[in-house]
Write a new protein. Structure first.
Length: 123
């Protein structure tokens, strides 16, 4: 099925659950990803989306999320978005700035940290 989707233009639609889409399939022939089943874990949805963004992707991929108004999906969406905001503030994504510091700035940062530790050890 994946081979036919990837290589034949007459079979240009594939419908997968988030679990199946996140299971290691690389679907670089995809140009549209539609999420219509929510999970509490945003990483599962992100991984399913990333399957269309693998090496070899040569076209723009549009991602859509279907949310039914006035349902628990809206509430799940709010919670997932809050979790995404928290994730963006973690060290993994939020600490890239440290690589842009000059040698002098790094020295200053580490000297302060060392000096503060020295002061604590004398207390």
């Amino acid at each position: 099925m994946v081979d036919r989707f990837q290589n034949r233009r007459d079979e240009n639609v594939m419908i997968l659950t988030l679990k199946a889409a996140g299971a290691g399939l690389n679907l670089t022939a995809a140009s549209v990803v539609i999420h219509y089943d929510f999970w509490w874990n945003a990483a599962v949805e992100n991984q399913a989306t990333d399957r269309a963004y693998r090496i070899g992707q040569s076209s723009t991929v549009n991602v859509y999320r279907f949310i039914t108004a006035n349902t628990f999906e809206e509430k799940i969406n709010e919670i997932v978005n809050q979790k995404r905001q928290l994730t963006e503030m973690t060290v993994a994504t939020g600490e890239n700035w440290i690589g842009d510091l000059s040698t002098e700035e790094l020295g200053y940062v580490f000297n302060i940290a060392v000096d503060e530790e020295d002061e604590k050890s004398f207390d």
